[in-house]
Write a protein that binds this ligand. Structure first.
Ligand SMILES: Nc1ncnc2c1ncn2[C@@H]1O[C@H](COP(=O)(O)OP(=O)(O)OP(=O)(O)O)[C@@H](O)[C@H]1O
Ligand SMILES: [Mg+2]
Length: 360
């Protein structure tokens, strides 16, 4: 997937800009508050209809305007096509997505535009709650297996139903058996897809870590959301009284988590800030490499303030990994000179300068 033309209207301080990005590396530079992250946010709207900074659309829509719009000429398989994609995000209400003259839904859009974001929030992959790591994992499973979205929706429906029954304080035994059977069937399938995906991701992750953090061994483990030595039906049965008291299901794929360890220690507790940035970036870059291998098309990377937290050597290693991939990258930085010496002269690099929401 790549974008050959972008038109952004009414996103934060951007009234209207359009530009033709490079298929490889795009560097967006400018002073604080000039609109760099807003450009990345606009591309995120094009791929997911929403911002990565806020859940409230009214904040990303330019003041005094009713909607933000982003149009792109896109080439999903990078075969030289130019297809039109447009997303209108109103300050209030639902987003509208138009692809080649037709309305499409969000999951079709997400499948079409594989996006990866690396920004200050990406640290949450190490430091944040398990939900953030599940979201990361499920991005990969969603793109790896067509069955995932149906299973995931089915699982959410059954979990909600089981929790509603638990909240009533008592459940008819037969009814409980029916819901537990469904819960276990969805859980086993979902967990199998997650495990399979992770076994493919691990070697990709190790390869990127060895480039970015030479000599550091990071172990990537997976917790199912219950004691994997025991079958889930036994776990549900032994937890039932507690689940009933608490009014929710305490074990299952809704509790799955990724475990990152360095020399046996929790990576979030052990690593320095710069090392954490490299590890979370390696997770995202590994997903892109695996996505490319499985789908024969690259991802789009939005990397906000690449130089922050990194010394010269590691900044350069990061850039090397990016230019060796076939991903289209949009990278922001305050001073483009901080990155300029990092690239191979053969790499197709476009630099855009932004000031007060306009390209200059
Ligand atoms: N809804 C809005 N309408 C108009 N302007 C807005 C809106 N929301 C934010 N802004 C302004 O848009 C500008 C762009 O912010 P943005 O975060 O893109 O800057 P940046 O170039 O990434 O800066 P930094 O280097 O500090 O990260 C800011 O000056 C901000 O005050
Ligand atoms: Mg910014």
């Amino acid at each position: 997937m790549s974008i050959s033309k972008l038109q952004i209207q009414h996103v934060r301080n951007i009234s209207s800009i359009s530009f033709a990005p490079s298929q490889a590396i795009n560097i967006i530079c400018g002073e604080n508050g000039s609109g760099k992250t807003s450009i990345l946010e606009a591309i995120n709207i094009l791929g997911l209809t929403r911002s990565f900074r806020t859940n409230k659309a009214k904040h990303l829509v330019q003041s005094e305007q009713s909607a933000a719009t982003v149009f792109g000429s896109i080439d999903p398989m990078v075969q030289g096509l130019a297809q039109s994609l447009g997303v209108e995000r109103p300050a209030e209400g639902e987003a509208r997505i138009r692809y080649e003259g037709s309305d499409i839904d969000l999951s079709t859009l997400a499948e079409l535009v594989p996006l990866q974001v690396i920004n200050a929030d990406t640290f949450m992959l190490l430091e944040g709650s398990p939900a953030i790591r599940r979201q990361f994992l499920d991005w990969g499973v969603f793109h790896a297996d067509k069955a995932f979205i149906r299973l995931w929706r089915g699982f959410r429906r059954v979990l909600k139903q089981r929790n509603t029954l638990l909240k009533c304080g008592s459940i008819d035994n037969k009814l409980r058996q029916v819901w537990d059977r469904e819960f276990i069937a969805f859980s086993d399938q979902l967990t199998r897809l997650r495990t399979e995906y992770l076994s493919l991701l691990k070697p990709e992750f190790e390869a990127v870590v060895s480039q970015l953090l030479e000599g550091t061994h990071i172990e990537l483990g997976f917790s199912y959301g219950w004691d994997k030595k025991r079958p889930l039906d036994e776990v549900l049965a032994s937890n039932f009284e507690r689940d009933l008291r608490q009014g929710f299901t305490a074990s299952g794929p809704q509790r799955a988590d990724l475990r990152l360890k360095v020399d046996g220690h929790n990576a979030a507790e052990r690593l320095s800030r710069g090392q954490k940035k490299l590890v979370v970036s390696a997770l995202k870059l590994a997903q892109g490499a695996l996505f490319q291998r499985m789908n024969s098309r690259p991802c789009i990377y939005l990397i906000d303030d690449l130089p922050s937290e990194l010394d010269q050597v590691h900044g350069e290693l990061f850039c090397k990994v990016l230019e060796q991939s076939s991903n289209q990258c949009f990278i922001t930085c305050v001073d483009d000179q901080a990155l300029m010496s990092h690239w191979d002269p053969q790499t197709d690099i476009a630099t855009f300068r932004i000031a007060d929401g306009s390209l200059c």
